[in-house]
Design a protein around this ligand. Structure first.
Ligand SMILES: CC(=O)SCCNC(=O)CCNC(=O)[C@H](O)C(C)(C)COP(=O)(O)OP(=O)(O)OC[C@H]1O[C@@H](n2cnc3c(N)ncnc32)[C@H](O)[C@@H]1OP(=O)(O)O
Ligand SMILES: O=C([O-])CC(=O)C(=O)O
Length: 384
């Protein structure tokens, strides 16, 4: 047994996976061998889910059946919607509301018991399908409740992406918005053993149900070192906009104050994240066609400045969170919904990893080096 300590499990191999691979040296991401750029530009989010969950890209017929099955599960129980409204009234943060509501969904699933040994993969798949279908409904209802609006019922004839935007606004999205959102979902669907996926895997390795894994994944994703950074980036852009400073002076001062720049740096990528490149191009297209290039100008200026300052040479480059928020802003999505939207997409990856791992399960249980006292004499409470 090795006694080498790997803080943050950096570089530690804990499983084999066929789902996705991140090559951090060259900035390449594949899902089951397919380059993320090809998938983002050529496949819908439903196709990507099928690929992750079933192992191959679907035929047209397989996709239609899969998408219809998923769409048929979109409705959520009124009790869950009541809870979502209560959370919105209490000003709960969207990620916390999503975590609570996702956990509650299991109460309305007859299959939600811990998986046990009988065909765990099928049960996990069924739960995963339900969760994936219902999370957008919960999230859109939460945002509507915050606006004082009733929830919009899901439309099974719309795509996964189109239906979410429809439930959020009550209006069917135009083709550009739907396509943009769909692309963002594909880009966020999976990413090796990132912290939230590993969390879901650890939970799944105890043979707990998929609701528990996804609920745990949401908690892990919410932090500012992980998915929470997309909201932080947008808050920085607004902070710059509200200040008297230009983006470069703001970032220079922030760095002098020892602040980290959200949306930069990554445990695996030592070059620019390929997803950031795709989102930046999308932002450029959207900004140029609308004529509003403010966020494009700010983000590009910050990236160029930090590159000139040598951050890229140290392996600190823009990650997926640096450009996603500006893209969501063009769709009119509120800033604190960015991380929940990340969760909505990543749930597909969490479920895929839980199913894959449980098919050849081994309880995940590492150890810590004990550095506490060797022995301590116990003193009863009244004598301390
Ligand atoms: C979807 C995702 O989860 S993508 C990541 C989203 N998170 C963020 O964007 C938050 C900002 N980034 C960070 O905090 C980090 O880059 C992390 C947490 C993502 C990765 O961190 P780690 O692999 O643990 O690297 P670590 O924190 O050790 O940083 C290594 C060096 O880079 C520096 N660094 C890392 N990120 C940044 C940043 N955003 N701004 C400035 N410097 C940074 C650190 O100060 C450190 O420098 P040092 O060696 O001189 O002390
Ligand atoms: O892989 C990571 O550590 C973080 C990340 O980019 C993701 O989860 O998408």
């Amino acid at each position: 047994m090795s006694d080498e300590l790997k803080r943050g499990l950096e570089g530690v191999l804990v499983a084999e996976s066929e789902l996705s691979h991140v090559d951090g040296e060259v900035g390449k991401l594949v899902y089951r061998g397919y380059d993320i750029e090809d998938l983002a530009r050529g496949a819908s989010y439903e196709e990507v889910l099928y690929l992750l969950w079933h192992g191959s890209l679907p035929t047209r017929e397989e996709l239609d059946a899969f998408a219809a099955d998923l769409a048929a599960e979109r409705a959520v129980d009124d009790d869950v919607l009541d809870t979502v409204r209560t959370l919105a009234d209490a000003d709960e943060r969207p990620m916390a509301a999503l975590r609570t509501a996702t956990s509650m969904l299991s109460a309305y699933d007859d299959d939600a018991d811990a998986l046990g040994d009988d065909h765990p993969t099928e049960t996990a798949r069924r739960q995963g399908r339900r969760i994936t279908a219902k999370v957008p409904t919960v999230l859109a209802a939460f945002e509507r409740a915050r606006q004082g609006e009733p929830p919009v019922s899901p439309d099974p004839d719309l795509s996964y992406a189109g239906n979410f935007l429809y439930m959020l606004t009550g209006t069917e999205p135009d083709a550009v918005s739907e396509e943009t959102f769909d692309m963002a979902l594909t880009l966020h669907a999976d990413h090796g053993l990132n912290a939230s996926t590993f969390t879901a895997m650890v939970i799944g390795s105890t043979l707990a149900d998929v609701y528990s894994g996804v609920t745990g994944g949401i908690g892990a994703l919410s932090g500012s070192l992980h998915g929470g950074a997309n909201q932080d980036v947008m808050e920085v852009l607004h902070e710059i906009d509200d200040s008297s400073k230009d983006p470069i002076s703001w970032v220079r001062d922030a760095r002098e104050d020892g602040r980290r720049i959200p949306g930069f740096g990554h445990r695996v990528y030592k070059v620019k994240d390929p997803r950031a490149k795709i989102l930046q191009e999308k932002l450029r297209d959207l900004s140029e066609s609308s004529g509003d290039t403010k966020w494009l100008d700010y983000t590009t200026a910050i990236e160029e400045y930090l590159t000139d300052q040598g951050l890229l040479d140290k392996g600190i480059a823009p990650n997926v969170d640096f450009y996603s928020g500006s893209v969501y802003d063009t769709l009119g999505i509120p800033v604190d919904m960015y991380t929940p939207i990340f969760a909505m997409s990543r749930a597909g990856g969490w479920i895929a990893h839980m199913v894959e791992y449980q098919a050849d399960n081994r309880l995940i249980r590492p150890r810590a080096r004990y550095v506490g006292p060797e022995s301590a004499d116990f003193v009863p409470i009244d004598e301390r």
